[in-house]
Every structure is written in structure tokens, then in C-alpha cells.
Write a new protein. Structure first.
Length: 75
């Protein structure tokens, strides 16, 4: 969740300087910023759908990150 907050902060900081990033580019940046341990999920998201929707990818990534963190805490 911290990762997504940081991602959103960076995107928001680019707005005042007129850097235009479309949603598909945001998705690609977000997915490429995830650690190697998420590679299988990244591949599924990239090749499992025809279009990448930022909101859907963000919700999915957030859910996966929470699940991994919860699993790590219980181990």
C-alpha cells in the first residue's frame, strides 16, 4: 500500500509541471516499479487483457500487496 501511495504522490507532483502521462503509461510505470517477486502477476496483468485500466490494475496490485504482507506477518 505504501508503494501505491508513493506512486500516486509522484504522479500528482508531475501535474503542476504539465507532464502529461496517459493512464496506460501510468499502468506500465506502476507495474515496472513492482519488485521481482510480483513478476508472475505483472505478466498476467500485461498479457491477460487487451487494455490496461489504471484503476483496475491499482486495485489488483493493492490487493496482492496486502495479501503478501499479511502472509509474511503470519509466517
Amino acid at each position: 500500500m505504501e508503494h501505491l501511495s508513493f506512486f500516486n504522490k509522484i504522479i500528482n507532483e508531475l501535474l503542476p509541471v504539465d507532464v502529461k502521462i496517459d493512464d496506460e503509461e501510468k499502468v506500465l510505470v506502476l507495474l515496472s516499479s513492482l519488485s521481482q517477486s510480483y513478476n508472475h502477476i505483472i505478466i498476467i496483468m500485461l498479457y491477460g487483457t487487451e487494455t490496461l485500466i489504471l484503476e483496475e490494475v491499482t486495485v489488483t496490485a493493492n490487493s496482492i500487496i496486502k495479501r503478501v504482507q499479511k502472509k509474511a506477518k503470519s509466517s
